[in-house]
Ligand binder design. Sequence first.
Ligand code: F6P
Length: 319
Amino acid sequence: MKRIGVLTSGGDSPGMNAAIRAVVRKAIYHDIEVYGIYYGYAGLISGNIQKLEVGSVGDIIHRGGTMLYTARCEEFRTEEGQLKGVEQLKKFGIEGLVVIGGDGSFQGAKKLTEHGFPTVGVPGTIDNDISGTDFTIGFDTALNTVIDAIDKIRDTATSHERTYVIEVMGRDAGDIALWSGLADGAETILIPEEKYDIDDVLKRLKRGHDRGKTHSIIVVAEGAASGVEIGKIIDERAGLETRVTVLGHIQRGGSPTASDRVLASRLGAYAVELLLDGEAGKMVGVQKNELVSHSFDDALKFEHKLDINMYNLSKELSI
Ligand code: F6P
């Protein structure tokens, strides 16, 4: 293999730049040329492709976002779009591809593999919702952004003696809510993986209030419920003055944490190793701190499982 490509796709996540850097530098270290594909699969279809040099990825390891830009591309869901992509790769003499993104991006990577194009996936999403890896690139940074926000909200919650509902991202996964809620001592955490009973939530709040607790923090995963709706119910039914904060896209930006930079560097370099070893059709990941790889078929077949023991622990600690 003499020339590979790299693209980022789907929602950006902090650490994607560090992963691009690792792919480019690892490949060049092995005398392989690297081409950057801009705007994800959309750029692959349209041929928005340029050669990257060692210097192209200088000064980006600490930056959020992705220097290759990203997009969600409907056309690439069609066979016609996928074949156009393969054609462009061949036109540029690219023999292998690294796709950095979440499970939607891996669906596209799997399709490329099925069309006979060697592709390796690197998990980059703040949601931490990919099976086959303990952590995805960007999760740790998003988590720290959420914690910083909740700490600030806690100051005003204490001063005003109010209840705060904080809605966090995660799509269908509760990892951001669970980890941030546990790290911030939230009274209640609502996640899509566990059914909740609003009466229980109100009961817990009331119990705390009767015990002399003057403020509360409730973290809601966007996949579990609407923070605004939960806030309305608490305000009306528990009679507690409640405010709602939807953290939104602030969670996707910012300089990646050390942990995300290291993870991205390890996974990006490992993806290149797999391509060079002829082991495409796989995603890379980290499990128990070891680098691992799984076929796209396996990775996409199994649902990501959140650690339910952590959820139970959060309940025990927030009595
Ligand atoms: O997958 C990352 C993510 O930020 C999710 O947490 C969220 O549900 C979604 O993307 C938002 O997507 P968009 O930026 O397209 O609105």
